[in-house]
Design a protein. Structure first.
Length: 299
């Protein structure tokens, strides 16, 4: 990598010292929900609005939302200690990157492990308070999208693609955390955690903007062309509902619905929610495209 880019990179170390959750925030103590409230927003689990589900009563709604919070927290722990941490450490260990990028990549790695620690702590607190254990979760949609893309590009480009995929993910996580933090009905302790997570992730997005810009500019034009061709499908795959539907099916099985009832509930739920999904996802896709344009990655 060309170290001449160092002079244009604005390090985020001062922001990390001042605002990072690991340096400035204590742990979170999960309180009981307020009267008539849940741990997770109803709007984030459309199954709760289906008549067959509602007919099972409030305890079923509560169960669905607790499991949905488990899934949210588990995905933070798994994704951030998996591909994002590994990518950040790989960048920090790559002597071809400017020293400013090296140090900022280390801050990302530190933050991500701490986010996973906090998320796992909240999972344990939630389990203790509710007596409800988390279900086994399906593979995340991000992991599915990455696996699908790797199958159609040469193995020699897998690491390059992973760095680009993580950069895209980091541009997305901050805005997604912000959307969740603003959601009506999110438990106040989880809201505080989500807001602090958002602040860190917005900073990470800016760091990965420069990481990706530097890495992409040093790739050969032929390799750029190969990856450019698969990025549209990868981005589209991130927003598919495959993983969510598998999770929802597991929820309905755990509640005790029959196979025919499950098919009926999922079909009607996603049919009714389709326009909301499309509107939400299109805004997120537009933000990703803007991020890639800023990084001078062209598809």
């Amino acid at each position: 990598m060309d170290k001449s880019t160092a002079h244009v990179f604005q390090t985020k170390r001062a922001d990390w010292e001042k605002y990072s959750a690991i340096r400035n925030k204590p742990g979170y103590v999960l309180s009981e929900p307020e009267e008539g409230q849940y741990y997770f927003p109803l709007a984030r689990q459309p199954l709760c609005f289906h008549e067959l589900v509602k007919s099972r009563g409030n305890s079923t709604i509560e169960y669905l939302l607790i499991q949905s919070l488990y899934r949210n927290l588990n995905e933070i722990a798994d994704i951030e200690t998996g591909i994002i941490y590994e990518c950040a450490i790989a960048v920090a260990s790559n002597k071809n990157f400017p020293s400013e990028i090296t140090m900022d990549a280390f801050t990302v790695a530190i933050d991500e492990v701490y986010h996973a620690y906090l998320a796992t702590d909240l999972i344990q607190q939630l389990s203790t308070k509710t007596g409800i254990l988390p279900l086994k979760l399906p593979t995340t949609q991000l992991e599915l999208a990455m696996l699908q893309t790797k199958r159609i590009i040469p193995p020699s480009l897998h690491k390059d693609f992973e760095l680009i995929a993580v950069s895209i993910t980091e541009s997305l996580i901050g805005s997604e955390a912000g959307n969740l933090a603003r959601e009506e009905g999110l438990h106040k302790t989880v809201k505080e955690f989500t807001y602090d997570h958002m602040v860190d992730e917005v900073r990470h997005s800016r760091i990965f903007n420069m990481i990706l810009r530097t890495h992409w500019s040093n790739m050969s034009s032929s390799n750029q062309e190969i990856i450019s061709k698969v990025l549209p499908n990868f981005i589209s795959s991130i927003f598919q509902q495959e993983s969510q539907k598998l999770f929802d099916k597991a929820l309905l099985i755990a509640i005790g619905f029959s196979e025919d009832e499950i098919d009926h509930i999922i079909r009607e739920t996603y049919m009714e929610s389709e326009s909301a999904f499309v509107k939400r996802d299109q805004k997120a896709i537009d933000n990703i495209l803007k991020f890639l344009d800023e990084c001078e990655v062209f598809m």
